[in-house]
Design a binder for this molecule. Sequence first.
Ligand code: KG4
Ligand code: ZN
Length: 340
Amino acid sequence: MRVLGIETTCDETAAAVVASGDDGRGVILSNEVFSQIAEHAGYGGVVPEIAARAHVEAIDRLIARALRAADVTLDQVDGIAAAAGPGLIGGLLVGLTTAKTLALVARKPLIAVNHLEAHALTPRLTDEVAFPYLLLLASGGHTQLVAVRGVGDHIRLGTTIDDALGEAFDKVAKLLGLAYPGGPEVEREARRGDPERFALPRPMMGRPKPDFSLSGLKTALRIEAEKVAPLTGTDIADLCAGFQAAVVDVIEDRTRVALRDFRERVGRPTALVAAGGVAANGAIRDALARLAGEAGLRLVAPPLPLCGDNGAIIAWAGLERLRLGLTDDMTAAARPRWPL
Ligand code: KG4
Ligand code: ZN
């Protein structure tokens, strides 16, 4: 079974072909990503209108490239999947309309994929991970702790009440004059900084429900930065280190609470899974590995290139749905908001 996957929810235009392997996992036959980062860099964030236009310009070329690299024609794929949400409406319409057109012309099943579910199912593409597992999904737009019981069967245990984790990294980076996207920049600066120089809060730590709140931490950091401005290189590194240390503490605490909830509501998880762009962060991964070890679980984190947004995760989620007969018709709508 082979599925073509299309991703256009945010600032990456991507297409990929994924096949089902013998062991239940997937085989990535191609994975073409065009990042619009350069187009949005001057604005310190993604500009929806620019993103939508860039998707239109890139999508056909990327699909052609993905098919060619996988050495298959459209006739040889078994389904066409597109991320139908959540995300920016302009991009969603580009990706979903393209997928519908291809599905109609080639007479293939259409699969409208939830982008969050695609992140949630990614560990099953690369590892043999059985349901149920606890997922920490942390990206630029989303922060969720989810009990993944099966395809289309999730319980959201916790979420953020304000900024997403990746968004907080991006905002802190912007505040400190670092480049976008901010996560990798903050992590790099943090490596040479002193995490204890600035006393920053750990919002929500100790609360019984595993929710997050990040805007207070960001504000606290801004106040500390203003106190020492103009900022030197050392100040920036120390602020990044302090921020990252606070985030790591919060993630560890919130995930521990989610594990407890999981055991009460679902039973024993097979693994702790970290997905989304923020899962690329080494300090966060280390903390989660420690926590998983404590709980006698294995930590599964998809390989770095699959942590971010790409077509392969959409193709894989499409494949998981297709083999259960979960396909969609031409009435499938783009859904800017689509919680798991
Ligand atoms: O999953 P993703 O590629 O896109 C979506 O938001 O769906 O996640 C991108 C986010 C950005 O906010 C970026 O700053 C963050 O992930 N990120 C990181 C790191 N690498 C990327 N955050 C912290 N540390 C990193 N190393
Ligand atoms: Zn994503």
